[in-house]
Design a protein around this ligand. Structure first.
Ligand code: ZN
Length: 489
C-alpha cells in the first residue's frame, strides 16, 4: 500500500497514483447488468476487468467494499426516457412476471460469473429494493432546485446544473453540442430541454412495475439507482466507480450530475472504464447475427464457433488485452487464446516437477519485480502475461537442464506463479477441477453402494450412520426407488 499502483482516471484523462480516501479501506462501485437477457460476451469484459482490479487491490492488502448493482427496473429500451422497460418487454414476450424475468437472468448471470471465476462482490443491491432511497434523492434535488415535476414525472434540469457545475466533463460532450444534436421538443414533451433526463416517471396504466410516490404511481429513472445506492453503501465520496465505456454517456454523466447536485460535491474520485468487444471487426448486435451468449461459447453452439471454449479460455482471452483497448473477437483469436492458456498451465505443471540445484542461473526477484510493475501500471495484464511466459521459458530451460534453480529460487518461482496466475489473474487449472469432479463422483458411487449393501442386510444403524456422516460433510443423500442421488448442501 505504498501508492505505487497507478490507474487511468477517465475524468482527468490521465494515469494517477491510486490514493484511497481512507486507507486501508477502498470503496468500489461498478455498474452491473440490466437483467433481461442471457449474459453475453459484453457482460464478461467488465466482470473480468473489475474482478482483476478487486483481486489486485486485495492483494495489495486493501480492504475493499465492492458494490455491483443489478438493474431490475427503470432501464428503458432506448437507454433514455422513452420506450418500454426492457424487463417488462421481456416479461410480456415470455409470459412471466417482471420479477420472474429478473430472477431468471440474475441466476444465469451469477452462474456465468462463477464459471469465469470472478469473485462475488461484497454487496449486489437491486434498484427495486432501493425505491425509498431514490425518492429521497429526488426530494433533495427538487429542494435544491435541480429537478422539476411535470404531470407526475420528475426531470433533472441540466441547464440549471450547468450554470453552477459543468455538465459533460466525463464524456467531453458540451451542452451546445447536445443542444444541436438532439431533436427539438415536440408539443407533448414534458421536458424543459431535450437533454433533461427522468428521475421519476409516471407509470402508464399498463405499466406493471410501479411504486407510490407524492408525484405519481411510477418508477425511477435508470441513472438514479447508481447515485442512490453508491451513496448509501460507500458514502458521499468514494474511491472508484467502474463500468463499460458505453456507459460514460448518458449513464455516468447523469450519475455525476445527480450526485453532485444533491451533495454539492462530486462523489467519485477515480472513474474507470473498460473498452468494448468487437466481433470479427463489427459491433456485437443481435441484428448482425454475431451476438454470442456465454453459454453458447461454453457449449460451442454458435455458427461463428468451430468448437466450445472453456470459461478459462475466455478469461485468458480477455486478459490478453489491456482493459482500455478494444478486443476483436473471432474463432481464430479464441483458438490462439486456448493454446496460450494451455501453454501457461503446462508450464505450471512442469514447474511442480522441477528439482532444485545447488546454484541458480535465473534471477527470479527481477522477474517478480517486472510482474508487479506491469500490474501497478493500470492493470497491464497483457504485459504481465508476457513476463509469465518468460517464466515458462525459464521453467522449460530448467526442465531440459540448460538452466538451474536453487531451492530458494524454485520456491520463489512457484510462489510467483501462484500469486500472479491464480490469485491475481484469477485463472484456474480446469484439468484439475475436471479430475476432481470425476474422482468425487466415483467415490460417491462407492459410498452409495456400501450403504445399499448395509440396507440390503438390514443394517439400518450402519446405513443411517453413513447418511449422517455425509450430511455432516455437507452432502445430502436422497433415496430413490433404486439407489440414491446426492447433492452438495
Ligand atoms: Zn450505473
Amino acid at each position: 500500500m505504498d501508492n505505487r499502483f497507478t490507474i487511468y482516471n477517465s475524468l482527468s484523462r490521465k494515469k494517477e497514483p491510486f490514493t484511497p480516501l481512507h486507507p486501508p479501506f477502498v470503496g468500489l462501485y461498478v455498474c452491473g447488468p440490466t437483467v433481461y437477457s442471457d449474459p453475453h460476451l459484453g457482460h464478461a469484459r467488465p466482470a473480468v476487468t473489475f474482478d482483476l482490479l478487486y483481486r489486485y487491490l486485495m492483494h495489495l492488502e486493501y480492504m475493499v467494499r465492492y458494490v455491483r448493482n443489478i438493474t431490475d427496473v427503470g432501464h428503458l429500451e432506448n437507454d433514455a426516457d422513452e420506450g418500454e422497460d426492457k424487463i417488462e418487454k421481456k416479461a410480456r414476450l415470455e409470459h412471466l412476471e417482471p420479477m420472474e424475468v429478473v430472477q431468471k437472468y440474475i441466476n444465469s448471470f451469477l452462474k456465468n460469473m462463477e464459471q469465469l471465476n470472478t469473485l462475488h462482490p461484497s454487496i449486489e443491491p437491486r434498484a427495486s429494493g432501493h425505491i425509498i432511497e431514490q425518492q429521497q434523492l429526488i426530494e433533495e434535488l427538487i429542494k435544491k432546485g435541480y429537478a422539476y415535476e411535470v404531470n407526475g414525472s420528475v426531470y433533472f434540469d441540466v441547464l440549471k446544473y450547468n450554470e453552477k457545475y459543468k455538465y459533460g466533463k466525463l464524456s467531453g460532450r458540451v451542452l451546445e453540442e447536445l443542444q444541436s444534436n438532439t431533436r427539438t421538443l415536440d408539443k407533448q414533451d414534458e421536458k424543459r430541454n431535450p437533454f433533461d433526463f427522468a428521475l421519476w416517471k409516471k407509470a402508464t396504466p399498463e405499466h406493471l412495475m410501479r411504486w407510490p410516490s407524492r408525484w405519481s404511481d411510477g418508477y425511477p429513472g435508470w441513472h438514479l439507482e447508481c447515485s442512490a445506492m453508491s451513496i448509501k453503501y460507500l458514502g458521499e465520496v468514494f474511491d472508484i466507480h467502474g463500468g463499460g465505456m458505453d456507459l460514460q454517456f448518458p449513464h455516468h454523466e447523469c450519475e455525476i450530475a445527480q450526485s453532485t447536485a444533491a451533495q454539492g460535491k462530486e462523489s467519485v474520485r477515480y472513474w474507470m472504464h473498460n473498452n468494448m468487444i468487437t466481433i470479427n471487426g463489427q459491433k456485437m448486435a443481435r441484428s448482425l447475427g454475431n451476438f454470442i451468449t456465454l453459454d453458447q461459447l461454453f457449449i460451442g453452439n454458435h455458427p461463428l464457433l468451430t468448437q466450445a471454449y472453456s470459461p478459462m479460455t475466455i478469461r485468458f482471452f480477455l486478459l490478453q488485452a489491456h482493459y482500455r483497448s478494444t478486443i476483436d473477437f473471432s474463432n481464430e483469436a479464441l483458438l490462439a487464446a486456448e493454446k496460450g492458456f494451455q501453454k501457461l498451465m503446462k508450464g505450471i505443471e512442469t514447474l511442480d516437477k522441477l528439482k532444485p540445484s545447488l546454484t541458480s542461473t535465473i534471477d527470479i526477484p527481477s522477474l517478480r519485480k517486472k510482474c508487479y510493475e506491469a500490474m501497478d501500471d493500470d492493470l497491464n495484464s497483457p504485459v504481465l502475461l508476457s513476463y509469465l511466459f518468460e517464466g515458462v521459458k525459464y521453467i522449460n530451460s530448467v526442465s531440459d537442464g540448460t538452466e538451474k534453480l536453487s531451492i530458494n529460487e524454485l520456491t520463489s518461482l512457484k510462489d510467483l506463479f501462484k500469486v500472479f496466475v491464480f490469485d491475481i489473474l484469477g485463472l484456474k487449472d480446469e484439468n484439475i477441477s475436471k479430475g476432481d469432479e470425476k474422482l468425487t463422483s466415483e467415490l460417491m458411487k462407492i459410498i452409495i453402494n456400501l450403504r445399499q449393501g448395509a440396507k440390503n442386510k438390514k443394517e439400518w444403524a450402519e446405513s443411517d450412520k453413513i447418511r449422517e456422516d455425509l450430511k455432516n460433510a455437507g452432502i445430502i443423500l436422497k433415496d430413490l426407488k433404486d439407489g440414491a442421488e446426492w447433492e452438495m448442501e
